[in-house]
Design a binder for this molecule. Sequence first.
Ligand SMILES: [Zn+2]
Length: 566
Amino acid sequence: MLAIELDLSVDFEKKVLSGSVTHTIEGKGKIILDTKDLKISGVGASIDGQAYKPTAYKLGATDKILGSPLEITLPEGTKFIKVAYDTSPSSVALQWLSPKQTAGKISPYLYSQGEPIYTRSWIPLQDSPSIRITYKARIRTQPNFFAVMSATNDQRTAAPTGDYSFTMSQAVPPYLIALAVGEIQFRTIGGRTGVYTEKAMLDASAREFSDLDAMVSAAERLFGTYRWERYDVLVAPPGFPIGGMENPRLTFATPTIITGDKSLVSLIAHELAHSWSGNLVTNATWSDFWLNEGFTVYVERRIQEELFGKQRSEMEFAIEIAELKAEMATLPEKDQLLYVDLKGRDPEEGVTLVPYIKGALMLRAIEEEIGREKFDAFIRAYFDHFAFQSITTATFEAYLKAQVPELKLDVKEWIYKPGMPASTPKINSLLLNAVDEELGNWKKNKPVNTRDWLAQQWLHFLRGLPADLNASQMAKLDADYQFTKSKNSEILDVWLMLAIRHKYAPAQAALETFLGSVGRQKFIKPLYQELAKTADGKVRAKALFSKNKENYHPIAASLIETLLAK
Ligand SMILES: [Zn+2]
């Protein structure tokens, strides 16, 4: 089995990690590692892992997407190589936050995001999801800081020392190696769960995730033993660009799901589900990404059904399907397939709702055809059979055919043809139907009953409002339902879109606060995009962006920069 050992110092002043990585290797002659924006200062080769002798290496030409290959000559008998290097301050995997970009505003913060092919910008290694490695790490930082990784963490309850060691003895693909450093504290939630975050967010995070142990147990009842010992969540600072990242043992999550009412915890169910689909059974290439995400959305829905009932899980599925259909209408045919051709393309381009929601729908179609009991047995056996392996779509197809030979569903149509197959399951949500009825009343100026509505019902209500709302209608909605003051990031986001579209002045200050305090791409990109639709709006979008861009992750910032430059 392949293994690496990291020894890195964290320099917040220069925004670099510097040190070395040692690879235990098989093979001879030469080895090629992936790198991106790394400064390599030397490579040593060793037979016994003790004495290293300098060996020849060369960095190849730089590819914009892939970076530069590092070719290392292996003298006869080499079993270990040690690469000494520094990361660049612009490493695409690392976000270096200044104190004002954190929740606490006092200390800087660093975290990594490896998926899909960014780990190479902080560790020289073979950065493919088809490869699995174990790792050890020593991380040296300021004495008052804690470091945490997607590995065994000692819960960081003693005083910080600034010098930490980690072991990950289960083999993971390189994109799941993750690090965060800052004034991070820990709070126990259940027997095997807890939350790491800055002090300012600790109480609220622990309250929001109080069901974490129940969630892990629910998932286990459905899909078999949780194999990663602990399940902890790191609530990242506000600039975190994505919803969550399923780093093993330690999910990284956006603070925008902390609402006080647990209405957005399905994101955690999703990341937890990856403990089976993605982390345990991994897509061998990024074209097989639906194996990670389609299975995960399916499993997420099932965990949710177990914890909160079928009505809520069906409602969330129905909303996602509507979003999928809207996005699919904008995608070229080649990107409507589950198995996406990414030759010569950035794997980021394959990240649409297709692998997530179309993938989950195909699994739902199989479930509906063969029955839940049989499907559950299949999916459990699938996770067991391919545990700690990376597999392709073709492997999945062959396994499905062998296990469920009677299946009539046209799986090939789902995987290799664009659009939605005729066999797409119909998801009927009673909770959304109730909202549709009230929307009808609202349009006719009749009384509207919103009692006990869940956040997702409010979202459905907002999205169903007519396209030509006028100023007084916007004002009335706000007076009746206090949308501008919403503490729920999803609801506020949709409301702010309407506020831009209908030039609703009283929400503009909230819009500016939101864009200045949140970095989650899912929210900020569409808001900037909506602003940029008018000439005045574009000027304003550019001004707001230049004020806020240092709060955003480099990938999110460059995306928005590109869209505002059009
Ligand atoms: Zn996911």
